[in-house]
Design a protein around this ligand. Structure first.
Ligand SMILES: Nc1nc2c(ncn2[C@@H]2O[C@H](COP(=O)(O)OP(=O)(O)OP(=O)(O)O)[C@@H](O)[C@H]2O)c(=O)[nH]1
Ligand SMILES: [Mg+2]
Length: 193
C-alpha cells in the first residue's frame, strides 16, 4: 500500500474533505500504534511523521489512494497530562468521530501483556454507541510465548465480544498478524457506500 501524508489537523473544518472511505487507528500511548500503522501500510516514513513533536497530539491523515485514507489519532493514557490537555483530546476526538461520515472502521492497538484496559473500554463503548466497527490489534505478541499469546488472545476475545470487536494477535517486530490486519483494513476500505 502506498501511503502519503496529507495533513495534520485538530478541527473538523481543517480535515481533508469527508469523501470516500477511511480507517482510523488509536490506542494507549506506547501501545505500538505507529509501529502497527507502518507495518500494515508497509512504510517506515509514516511513523516519523506521526512521531514528529507536536504532531502526536494532532489527527494525522494519510492518503492510501483516491478517496481512501488511514487516520492516525492521538493516543490516550499519557501518565501526567493536565485536565485541560485531557479535555482538549476529548473535544478533538468528538469532533472527529461525531462528524466523520467516511469512517468505516477503527483499529485499537492494545499491548497484549496489558489486555483491554479502562480507557480502551471507553473507546469501545463510544464506538458501539456510534455504530463504528472495531478491530483490536493485540500488539507486541512477540513478547509472549505461543501459549501465553493464545491465552491472552482468548481472554481478549471474551472481553471484546461485548462490543462485537474482533482481535488479531499482532507484532510489528516478527510480522505476526500483519496480513490479517491489512486484510481487515482493506475490507473496510472497500465499503464504498
Ligand atoms: N517487541 C515489540 N516492541 C514493539 C512492537 N511494536 C512497538 N514496539 C515498541 O514499543 C514502543 C512504542 O512503539 P510505538 O509504535 O512508537 O507506539 P505508539 O503507540 O505509537 O507510541 P506513542 O505514539 O509514543 O504513544 C517502541 O519502543 C517500539 O519499538 C512490537 O510488535 N514488538
Ligand atoms: Mg506513535
Amino acid at each position: 500500500m502506498n501511503a502519503v501524508f496529507i495533513k495534520s489537523a485538530v478541527h473538523p473544518e481543517d480535515f481533508p474533505p469527508d469523501l470516500g472511505v477511511e480507517v482510523a487507528v488509536v490506542g494507549r500511548s506506547n501501545s505500538g500504534k505507529s509501529s502497527a500503522i507502518n507495518a500494515m501500510l508497509g512504510s517506515s516514513k509514516l511513523a516519523r511523521v506521526s512521531n514528529t513533536p507536536g504532531r502526536t497530539q494532532l489527527i494525522n491523515f494519510f492518503a492510501l489512494g483516491d478517496d481512501s485514507r488511514c487516520v492516525d489519532l492521538p493516543g490516550y493514557g499519557f501518565a501526567r497530562v493536565s485536565e485541560g490537555v485531557r479535555r482538549g483530546w476529548e473535544t478533538m476526538m468528538r469532533g472527529y468521530f461525531e462528524s466523520r461520515e467516511s469512517l468505516r472502521g477503527l483499529m485499537i492497538t492494545v499491548d497484549i501483556r496489558r489486555g483491554i484496559g479502562e480507557l480502551d473500554v471507553q473507546m469501545l463503548d463510544w464506538c458501539s454507541a456510534l455504530g463504528i466497527p472495531v478491530c483490536i490489534l493485540a500488539t507486541k505478541a512477540d513478547k509472549l510465548s505461543r501459549n501465553k499469546t493464545n491465552q491472552a488472545i482468548a481472554a481478549m476475545r471474551r472481553d471484546a465480544a461485548t462490543w462485537e470487536a474482533s482481535v488479531i494477535a499482532f507484532s510489528a517486530l516478527n510480522g505476526t498478524g500483519i496480513e490479517p490486519a491489512r486484510e481487515q483494513l482493506e475490507r473496510w476500505l472497500s465499503h464504498a457506500e
